[in-house]
Design a protein around this ligand. Structure first.
Ligand SMILES: *Cc1c(COP(=O)(O)O)cnc(C)c1O
Length: 356
């Protein structure tokens, strides 16, 4: 790999982070970019440069056949002024997993992690210090060849863009209503449900739109084969707390292997909970609720960390939890994870990568 090139803007202007940050609308001054050029044998020109538009042919493969993958993680400013990233190597491993499945060339994890760290360091004044704020990090890779045949590209662009973001729940940690769909499916076994690839999200928009119209925040998908087992919610993994167990759907290739999910599993085991990754039938959840054995439901993901569920609706069945207060376990997990991220709780698992 070539050495990292710096083409920095000489900045005379003071960086002003907007007061009311809307997720993903504000971008920092610089990006990291590199190109995959098959003719030149791999990834080339790794550069930190000014954020700018990308110049692509209308025939670029990505526009037609969707060869695009991405990741999402965050950098946090801690109370002592340090800036840290949460398990970034896991995101890059997952990016390479998505790459393999989408016939996109893999990246060198150590090199990219170093470039990502350098980029965040250069953009350190963009990391908000207000409570619950962070710097969202979005790596994306896409095929650039101007060619109309269906085939894996020979040329790709890798870009990391950064976006300062506010807390997911502007009005505090509030539970959200979720609708179970048996009309739409998200992924099938043998497919690409375990990849963060563009098409999965395009395919989820209609279900999401219909749920919104009915007053629900997100959709909970069932397995595509039998429509019997729960899978995941929009961009969150699902956890179910029964009286004597905490369960989450196992990774069988149809759900995204969330890094928050992985972290929650480790914390719950450490806390001594009976935790299982297994098939969870929707009717098991409904039966448990009716018998008084269901404690709470929550989703996990980088954006919200923990999303407590106020209501789960499936056709005529409605499971009602508190509208006002997040569940006890979800709250405990939220406090633990954000505590580690913002440095209030010791990073005993070595999950943080220090930027400065
Ligand atoms: C990103 C994502 C998640 C959550 O993953 P994290 O690594 O915890 O942020 C869950 N489901 C889907 C479909 C996703 O895209």
């Amino acid at each position: 790999m070539d050495e990292l090139i710096y083409k920095l803007e000489s900045s005379h202007e003071e960086i002003k982070i907007p007061e009311n940050l809307v997720f993903g609308r504000t971008f920092t001054t610089h990006v990291f970019e590199m190109d995959y050029i098959a003719d030149e044998g791999g990834w080339k020109n790794p550069t930190i440069k000014k954020f700018s538009d990308v110049n692509l042919s209308p025939a670029a493969l990505v526009f037609h056949y969707g060869q695009a993958i991405f990741e999402g993680l965050k950098a946090y400013k801690q109370e002592n002024g340090s800036i840290v990233m949460f398990r970034p190597e896991k995101n890059l491993e997952r990016l390479n997993n998505s790459a393999r499945k989408m016939c996109i060339p893999e990246i060198d994890i150590d090199f990219v992690l170093n470039a990502m760290t350098e980029l965040v360091k250069i953009e350190k004044d963009w990391v908000p210090s207000k409570p619950g704020h962070s710097l969202y990090i979005r790596p994306v890779v896409f095929a650039t060849d101007p060619f109309l045949g269906v085939k894996p590209g020979d040329n790709y662009k890798f870009i990391i863009i950064l976006s300062p973001v506010g807390p997911y729940y502007a009005e505090g940690f509030k539970p959200v209503p979720i609708m179970v769909t048996d009309k739409f499916v998200r992924a099938v076994r043998g497919g690409v449900g375990d990849c963060k690839t563009a098409g999965n999200y395009a395919a989820s928009l209609l279900a999401q739109k219909e749920a919104k119209k009915l007053g629900f925040t997100q959709v909970l998908y069932l397995d595509a084969l039998e429509q019997k087992y729960i899978e995941e919610v929009g961009t969150m993994n699902m956890f179910v707390q029964f009286k004597d167990e905490v369960a989450t759907p196992k990774l069988s290739g149809t759900i995204l292997p969330g890094i928050t999910r992985m972290s929650v599993l480790e914390i719950l085991k450490e806390w001594g909970y009976n935790v299982n990754e297994r098939d969870i039938a929707l009717h098991e959840i409904i039966d448990s609720y009716n018998k008084g054995n269901l404690v709470e439901l929550f989703g996990t993901g980088t954006a919200a960390v923990i999303s407590s569920i106020s209501k789960l609706k499936y056709n005529d069945v409605e499971l009602q939890f508190s509208n006002e207060h997040a569940g006890e376990l979800g709250t405990k997990l939220y406090d633990e994870l954000t505590g580690i991220q913002y440095g209030r709780i010791e990073d005993r698992h070595n999950w943080l990568t220090k930027v400065i």
